[in-house]
Design a protein around this ligand. Structure first.
Ligand SMILES: Nc1nc2c(ncn2[C@@H]2O[C@H](COP(=O)(O)OP(=O)(O)O)[C@@H](O)[C@H]2O)c(=O)[nH]1
Ligand SMILES: [Mg+2]
Ligand SMILES: [Zn+2]
Length: 359
């Protein structure tokens, strides 16, 4: 676990602050439910882990088996608005089922933009919560097929960091890796993100991946076709994984995974295999905030002429970040990712202004 420890010590003060903010955000979402008797508690022993949520009930991994459970009677919300996969709950037998008496306060809540959300309902319910209490995200990318693009990695890194979740990069299909891919990976090694390389074809790197996953409530994220399900299968070949469970109703696609699968190894270790999460929610970011997630800019940006420099349309001679890119010390790809995300956020804000004007 040496890698993980060095990564933890790498966490900057800023990252810790981001985590704190993420925690506050997720706990503010719990408030509604907590109005009656205390449902959300700070700590608890002998908890079970939610692995699938339906409208009225949830499946809980509890004492080495999966039990079906419903919410305590006084909680007047559908189960799927209160609990998400990964939530830790206190249950007790209740007739044939179990009853969920409490939920332990979340450490993180990961969400994505809903596929069917339109601009009109963007204020309500436009995001879908994917999983709670995730403490490690494995960003899976492929060396080739699909090609390796830093822009996906950067978006994931930003959103995950903002949710208070540590990330590692897993380059799968390492058997297809060339020089260009090696250069791309170096960008991330240089900024302190752990990178592991796997090949499910050659059965390489699986043990190392396992080492990272042990003791974690982890999630595989990444575009479809990169090999997330193949990796899960490789992990499953080892006997440690006890349970697998399909959550969400299956969609129509025949050859791609359309459902999330929750694999539990033991009380403390699990992995969620997600279908590709296409649209991550970046709507909550302020333009000025985005650069915080490009930690290697910081040493330069503090010397930009304007303290609120966006390193965007400002003249090159007044922007040190642009100088850093020019000198080759800041990766051009990372800078491009930054600009792409910034433009997304700025466009979103322009559209909101237009909407206001029209009213
Ligand atoms: N060359 C190579 N192909 C792989 C590797 N892992 C997975 N694949 C192939 O990549 C394709 C997509 O894999 P899959 O696990 O379904 O990806 P997912 O959509 O991310 O779950 C399949 O055809 C796999 O056989 C690998 O390590 N090397
Ligand atoms: Mg899959
Ligand atoms: Zn600047």
């Amino acid at each position: 676990m040496a890698h993980l420890e060095s990564y933890d010590s790498f966490q900057t003060k800023k990252a810790r602050e981001q985590k704190k903010r993420a925690k506050e955000r997720s706990s503010s979402k719990e408030k509604n439910v907590n109005k009656g008797g205390k449902f959300v508690i700070k700590k608890g022993e002998n908890y079970g882990t939610v692995i699938e949520v339906r409208y009225n009930d949830a499946y809980i991994f509890y004492e080495d088996r999966i039990v079906k459970a419903h919410l305590r009677k006084d909680i007047n919300y559908p189960c799927n608005q209160v609990l998400f996969p990964g939530d830790k709950v206190i249950v007790e037998p209740d007739g044939e089922d179990f009853v969920i008496n409490n939920m332990i306060a979340r450490t993180s809540l990961l969400s994505r933009v809903k596929k069917d959300s339109t601009r009109l309902d963007s204020s309500v319910g436009a995001t879908k919560n994917i999983a709670a209490n995730i403490n490690l995200a494995v960003i899976v990318v492929a060396a080739k097929n699909p090609p390796l693009h830093p822009k996906f990695i950067d978006r994931y890194l930003m959103v995950l960091q903002n949710s208070g979740i540590d990330s590692i990069i897993c380059l799968n299909k390492a058997d297809l890796k060339g020089e260009n891919e090696e250069k791309t990976l170096d960008i991330y090694r240089n900024i302190g993100i752990p990178v592991i390389e796997t090949s499910t074809v050659k059965k390489e790197g699986i043990e190392q991946l396992k080492e990272y996953l042990r003791g974690k409530q982890a999630i595989f994220v990444g575009n479809s076709g990169v090999g997330k399900s193949s990796l899960t299968n490789s992990l499953m070949e080892s006997e440690e994984i006890k349970t697998s469970h399909v959550s969400e109703k299956s969609g129509k696609g025949r050859h791609t995974t359309t459902t999330s699968k929750y694999y539990v190894w033991d009380e403390k270790s699990s992995i969620i295999d997600t279908p590709g999460i296409r649209s991550l929610d970046i709507s909550t970011f302020q333009p000025q905030e985005i650069q915080e997630y490009f930690q290697e800019f910081e040493a330069w940006s503090c010397k930009c002429k304007f303290s609120n420099c966006l390193h965007y349309k400002e003249p090159e001679n007044l922007c040190m970040v642009k100088q850093g890119v020019k000198s080759g010390i800041i990766s051009k790809d990372r800078y491009k990712s930054y600009i792409r995300i910034l433009e997304n956020v700025l466009n979103e804000r322009t559209r909101e202004m237009d909407d206001l004007d029209e009213r």
